[in-house]
Design a protein around this ligand. Structure first.
Ligand code: GRG
Length: 302
């Protein structure tokens, strides 16, 4: 994953996914360990066919500041493990109660609720085990790694994704204002995307102004990604998306299109992407993958 001219964003993402999948295969213990069910359950969801957007962003950000994508792979994969845990838990009967994800039955439908909860717990814990495993990250100064671990834990926890999920749960079926909707989207989705980008840059020794620009880029594409997700829930089909659509409306979930309308939401996502491109305008061609990913985020079909 260098900065070579991009054949197409599709080819780039496919190659990124291949690299991430290969690394996850190495980092994630297999069912030859005891007790086998938990490894099988965790692997079932990790290898269910996600886009790997967050780890790809982490590597692309490393490259944009002059680093090497593969150097940040352990942290990139740890972030994907945290993302997978959040999806497993989000699908549980006590949360969104979804039967399908990424075109396959959800984890609890296959392994039962208890094992699904534990697979999520194990993935979250394993992510921090992996990030702090010194032998994987020997080339990175320790203080950069500690900073990244600190930021990732904040993004995933009380003040990040968990906070967003709690507010989302508590808002179901209620009339919610724009500020609450913004809080949910930022905390549930944007912060994990921004921290993926920051992690790649920090580990690669980004200068302060580079890090600031990438953070602004991350905040904008992170929000655009969630707005696009809200739109896909309305406009896409289960065949394309791999999960049930129309579920936001059914559950009376607060979304951008529900609050602002479909066209204004599309416009907002487009403006965010333009803003993100402006944030990184002074980066050279090594940031081209980040530019293409920003556009892909609002053009994607799944
Ligand atoms: C359980 C603490 C906890 C949090 C759950 C991630 C999440 C928070 C909920 C999932 C539902 C949802 C719509 C989340 C917003 C983030 C999002 C769009 C996730 C899907 O991410 P993709 O499209 O998924 O990157 P793939 O399958 O490609 O990995």
């Amino acid at each position: 994953m260098g900065s070579e001219a991009l054949l197409s964003i599709g080819t780039y993402l496919k190659e990124g996914k291949r690299i991430v999948d290969e690394a996850l295969e190495r980092y994630l213990p297999g069912r030859e360990n005891f007790p086998p069910t938990i490894f099988e359950s965790a692997r079932y969801s990790v290898f269910a066919g996600g886009k790997r957007l967050r780890p790809i962003l982490c590597m692309a950000s490393a490259v944009a500041v002059g680093g090497v994508g593969r150097t940040v792979l352990p942290v990139a994969c740890a972030i994907e493990m945290i993302h997978t845990y959040s999806l497993i838990h989000d699908d549980l009967p006590s949360m969104d109660d979804d039967d399908y994800r990424r075109g396959k039955l959800t984890n609890h439908k296959v392994f039962g609720e208890g094992i699904a909860i534990l697979a999520g717990d194990a993935l979250l814990t394993e992510a921090f085990h992996l990030m702090s495993a010194w032998d994987h990250m020997k080339d990175v100064p320790a203080e950069r790694l500690v900073t990244v671990i600190n930021e990732v834990s904040e993004a995933a926890g009380f003040f990040g994704m968990v906070g967003g999920q709690v507010t989302d749960l508590e808002s179901e079926g209620k009339v919610v204002d724009k500020e609450t909707l913004h809080y949910i989207h930022v905390h549930k989705t944007e912060v994990m995307i921004t921290v993926s980008i920051r992690a790649g840059a920090i580990l690669s020794g980004a200068r302060e102004e580079e890090l600031n620009a990438l953070t602004e880029y991350g905040k904008k594409i992170g929000l655009a990604f969630q707005i696009a997700d809200d739109i896909l829930d309305i406009e896409s089909s289960r065949d394309v998306l791999g999960k049930d659509t129309g579920s936001d409306e059914e559950r009376k979930k607060v979304t951008y299109p529900a609050l602002m309308g479909l066209e204004p939401s599309r416009k907002k996502a487009f403006e965010l992407v333009q803003g993100a491109l402006a944030d990184i305008q002074y980066f050279d061609e090594k940031a081209d993958p980040l530019r293409s990913i920003a556009k892909f985020i609002v053009e994607r079909k799944s």
